[in-house]
Design a binder for this molecule. Structure first.
Ligand code: COA
Length: 340
């Protein structure tokens, strides 16, 4: 039996085979019960950038959809603010959190993980780890959090936090117009009423490494057009996998919460999925690309503005350096949200 099981598992990793997608079933009985967010301290507008590099407000809006972004702070500081807001709005005490998962590409130090600093700042008495899956990190962590609750935890705090301004070359107009700082958090809680996670999918294609990377002590290096083209394809594929696992179609999706990388990427991915762009929750105009914070920032905004309501089918989908991609199809639990 054990040998059969191990063969099946390794078979899923064979080159050319589909990425592993495990069944959710009834084991993962967790739900999001609160969302919280935080943004970098200082607003940086397109006009500000036009004084720093050879660009313009018109060019940035037309090519990306971004008008302004926030920068400043530390990853742990932003994560702690978002985590506090999420726990407060969920009405849970820090002492009741069993695990902290912090998705980030910009830890404050190489070692230790920034999650340990956040655990200390929030007064949590639990395990803590960082996850680096680039801009897909929040969804990866959300899926992992559901898994930990399936294995016995009661509550898991999942946070995406970034200080991308630290690894952005502010003299490079091809990248500095995109990136920003922020954080978003979700409290996951064991639920007797079943899981909010109807389907999920994660993937990685390491052959894309050279298209988007950052060396130690370096700045983000990006082949913009190559990333754009591949991003559209992997978002579509990941979304399809989650919908298939959930037994839902594009018509069943009430709201898409995409990684906020570029309005045109989201428009193109929605078109390929036959989901009207109007169903996409977008905050990129105000936030820029905050990597692993971008999906929870858009989720927070959609919940607070009443775009997402209890019972809605909500598709989180993103991509990032790696190139990674991830999606999670949630039946929205009705959890409240708060910006700090
Ligand atoms: N302002 C003005 N002109 C700019 C500019 C800027 N900030 N950045 C680049 N340009 C110029 C280029 O030099 C080029 O000029 P040329 O035609 O004279 O050579 C022209 O604008 C077009 O550049 P191009 O790179 O083809 O633009 P684009 O339409 O591909 O848009 C991105 C550039 C970066 C906005 C776009 O490729 C993109 O969003 N890619 C995905 C990036 C991404 O999502 N990264 C994060 C992943 S998590």
């Amino acid at each position: 039996m054990a040998a059969d099981a191990s063969r099946q598992l390794s078979g899923r990793h064979l080159k050319g085979r589909p990425q592993m997608t495990l069944s959710v079933g009834n084991a993962s009985s967790a739900r999001i019960v609160g969302i919280g967010t935080a943004l970098g301290e200082r607003v940086l507008t397109n006009e500000d950038l036009a004084e720093m590099v050879d660009t313009s407000d018109e060019w940035i809006i037309e090519r990306t959809g971004i008008k302004q972004r926030n920068i400043g702070g530390t990853t742990a500081g932003l994560a702690a603010r978002a985590g506090t807001a999420a726990m407060e709005v969920a009405g849970v005490d820090p002492s009741s959190i069993d695990m902290l998962i912090l998705a980030t590409t910009t830890p404050d130090r190489c070692v230790p993980a920034s999650s340990s600093r956040v655990q200390e700042a929030l007064g949590l008495d639990c395990g803590a780890m960082d996850v680096n899956a680039a801009c897909s990190g929040f969804v990866y962590s959300l899926v992992a959090g559901h898994g930990m609750i399936a294995m016995g935890h009661e509550r898991v705090l999942v946070i995406g936090a970034e200080v991308l301004s630290r690894i952005t070359d502010w003299t490079d107009r091809a990248t500095c117009i995109l990136f920003a700082d922020g954080s978003g958090a979700a409290v996951l809680e064991r639920s007797e009423q079943g899981s909010d996670l109807l389907g999920w999918h994660v993937s990685s294609d390491g052959s894309m490494e050279e298209q988007l990377y950052c060396e130690h002590d370096g700045y983000i290096q990006m082949a913009g057009q190559a990333v754009f083209k591949k991003a559209v394809l992997v978002m579509e594929e990941s979304a399809r996998q989650s919908m298939k696992q959930a037994g839902l179609t594009a018509d069943d999706i009430d709201v898409v919460v995409p990684h906020q990388a570029n309005v045109r990427i989201v428009e193109t991915a929605c078109k390929r999925l036959r989901i009207p762009y109007e169903k996409a929750a977008m905050v990129i105009e105000r936030t820029g690309n905050t990597s692993s914070a971008s999906i929870p920032l858009a989720l927070d905004d959609a919940v607070r503005s009443g775009r997402i309501n209890e019972g809605d089918n909500v598709l989180l989908v993103g991509f990032g350096a790696g190139m990674t991609s991830a999606s999670a199809l949630l039946r929205w639990s009705g959890a409240p949200a708060r910006a700090s």
